[in-house]
Design a protein around this ligand. Structure first.
Ligand code: ZN
Length: 326
């Protein structure tokens, strides 16, 4: 059984988009055996970390376990949705911690304190090692990634990494659809009301306030786009995803800027004009040089200018082609 594997190598490094589509379609279709939704959760977690890879295209187990924990906490505890019939180890662990500390069910994952988050991530990582990494590796025939339980990393196959960035919006929709379809079978109303919307937003944070505090510490309180001061009492400060969340599906500080409410509202789900790309690259240089900050934020260690440039170009390729100016 592939889920028992402790290490797996990439089986083939030359793959066409057609090859990868075939494997992905089979993985998502009903033909592939699924006793729980974990495979969807891992694909979503990988997508959330597509721009967090290092030069070897590696993602650490800790990064993936963070994304995975957030997704399942929000599904199992926050939305009270059952995840599988047998051996739902992740679900049981989450329920246990929720009861142990009597945590309010309406708390999304990012509202839990960091000690509780770490406790959850540690337990979830252990379950992923026994049930998830090897299973998805087997289901993708060793074509999508290599993994190693000892070093605790997953290394994406290069053509698969490019494929995922190129078709990211489409893959996210497909995974959400199939995940929702499976959850629907395992649950009843009223919990499954607005199910697709719930699944689409499970990776989303409840609040970006912590990022606002960091950005205010290091930068002048002005709107990134129009330059208006955010000091005045009647101007509300917003944290804006430079490349929209609906494409990125994650919150990295290097993609977040302070904006006034007018700019934030009118920009909404659009891509800012290309000239702003240079501004955010300059801004990020300052962030990366703040040693105290980089020590606490792994996303700044793997940050490179080319990542946000790629994100910009790939978001346009994925259909985000409405360009915004303030
Ligand atoms: Zn503005």
């Amino acid at each position: 059984m592939s889920h028992k594997l402790k290490v797996g190598e990439i089986q083939e490094t030359y793959l066409t988009d057609e090859d990868i589509w075939r494997v992905l379609t089979r993985l998502l279709s009903n033909k592939a055996k699924k006793s729980a939704t974990y495979k969807f959760g891992l694909v979503k977690s990988i997508i959330e970390n597509l721009y967090q890879v290092n030069d070897q295209l590696e993602i650490t187990y800790d990064q993936l376990a963070f994304s995975f924990s957030k997704i399942y906490w929000n599904l199992v505890i926050h939305h009270e949705l059952q995840q599988g019939t047998t051996g739902s180890a992740v679900q049981n662990n989450l329920e246990e911690i929720q009861q142990k500390y009597n945590l309010p069910r309406d708390f999304s994952f990012d509202r839990l304190n960091s000690r509780t988050q770490l406790e959850i991530i540690k337990k979830v990582k252990a379950v992923m090692k026994t049930n998830v990494f090897g299973a998805l590796y087997g289901d993708t025939k060793g074509l999508f990634y290599a993994f190693d339980h000892k070093r605790e990393y997953l290394r994406l196959n290069k053509p698969v990494h490019i494929f995922m960035m190129k078709y990211q919006a489409l893959i996210v929709d497909l995974v959400n659809y199939h995940m929702a379809k499976m959850i629907e079978k395992l649950n009843d109303t009223p919990n499954i009301n607005y199910l697709l919307e719930k699944v689409e937003s499970i990776a989303r944070r409840g609040s970006l306030k912590p990022f606002e505090r960091i950005l205010i510490t290091y930068f002048e309180q002005t709107c990134f786009y129009c330059g208006k001061s955010l000091h005045t009492r009647n101007s509300k400060t917003h944290v804006d995803h430079f490349i929209p969340w609906s494409f990125v599906q994650s919150d990295q500080i290097w993609n977040l800027v302070l904006a006034c409410s007018q700019c934030n509202t009118s920009k909404n789900d659009k891509i800012p004009e290309r000239s702003f790309l240079n501004n955010i690259l300059e801004r990020n240089k300052i962030l990366v040089n703040e040693t105290q900050l980089t020590e606490n934020m792994s996303e700044l260690i793997t940050y490179q200018d080319k990542k946000i440039e790629m994100l910009y170009d790939y978001s346009i390729q994925n259909g985000f082609n409405e360009i915004w100016v303030p």
